[in-house]
Design a protein. Structure first.
Length: 322
């Protein structure tokens, strides 16, 4: 297994080594079925359909999963986009995957719902996919809108609370999208968010940025250390969605950090030196977590490569031996 992700009602999806989408079956979080468990009892391969609805032959070669409730998307190694069909509150695992118009190397799903993506030329694109709009019209053309080009090419975009957007340039510059409101999810312009000035190296910039559902923002620097964004305020009065500075999280041990993931209840987790670290009670008032970053380390002999947190705090991790 290459990737794992958790969505609505704890539904779990994965990507097999050949890029085939999988779903976790046999899950019962309430303990009402003796033949099931909170962790499931196996993986099931899901069908892939072309944009015309024909069953796809051969592996899809998915290389990314992005989940926002029942909005589940993936991209493959030739930048084709796939979307999970049939996902509902009654059936959160969905039915099939179908090819979605457009080509992107990276996608991000946000509240709205909206879809942001980065193409092979490092240009950003936007699409509103909710409010009853058709995803693909009669001519199979999607409602993609190109976001105005920037001096810095984009390599990653992260969408969080209320559809707010942070993005990462190829040179490590972090951007914040201005002007996003309920009836204008596209926003107006980009603001450069300066990198941490007191980093361990003078040339330290960002290599990953993540915005969580309650608004707090994390960054991994090129020094492989973890930083959080200080003084973000998401409720009136005193609204400040950008915050004031990047602060090195000194509550965790030194060691290379990767694969940031966020939960819905103030939890976040990441991989550090092959081990899983969990932070609880993360809020904008205390962005480092309870008591300056209370952490729980999932120790063991295995080396972990990816981690995901569900809406009820379920933790799933992939080991290097799959």
């Amino acid at each position: 297994m290459l990737y794992v992700s958790v969505g609505l009602k704890g539904a779990v999806w994965g990507v097999a080594e050949d890029g085939t989408p999988m779903r976790r079956v046999g899950m019962d979080h309430n303990g009402e079925d003796d033949n099931m468990s909170p962790y499931g009892n196996g993986w099931e391969t899901m069908d892939m359909l072309t944009v015309d609805g024909e069953r796809q032959v051969g592996a899809a070669n998915l290389r990314q999963l992005e989940v926002g409730d029942c909005q589940v998307f993936g991209t493959n190694d030739i930048h084709e986009i796939y979307r999970l069909q049939g996902c509902t509150t009654a059936n959160p695992l969905g039915e099939t995957w179908i090819q979605f118009g457009g080509t992107l190397r990276h996608v991000a799903v946000g509240q709205g719902p909206v879809l942001w993506g980065v193409d092979y030329a490092h240009q950003l694109w936007f699409q509103a996919i909710g409010d009853g709009r058709k995803d693909i019209d009669e001519d199979k053309q999607t409602y993609w809108r190109e976001v105005e080009p920037q001096v810095m090419n984009m390599v990653q975009v992260s969408v969080g609370m209320n559809g707010y957007v942070w993005a990462l340039g190829a040179d490590g510059t972090v951007f914040w999208r201005e002007g996003i409101v309920e009836d204008h999810k596209y926003g107006d312009s980009w603001t450069v968010v300066q990198p941490q000035p007191d980093a361990t190296t003078t040339d330290n910039v960002a290599k990953e940025v993540a915005m969580c559902t309650n608004g707090h923002v994390w960054m991994i620097g090129t020094d492989d250390r973890l930083y959080y964004r200080m003084t973000i305020v998401t409720t009136q009065p005193g609204l400040d969605l950008i915050g004031s500075s990047w602060v090195l999280d000194e509550s965790i041990a030194t060691g290379a950090v990767s694969s940031i993931t966020c939960g819905l209840e103030g939890q976040m987790a990441f991989i550090q030196e092959g081990q899983v670290v969990i932070k609880n009670e993360v809020t904008n008032d205390d962005p480092a977590g309870l008591s300056r970053g209370t952490t729980t380390l999932v120790e063991g002999e295995l080396t972990w490569t990816d981690v995901a947190i569900g809406e009820q705090g379920q933790l799933y991790a992939l080991s290097s031996d799959n």
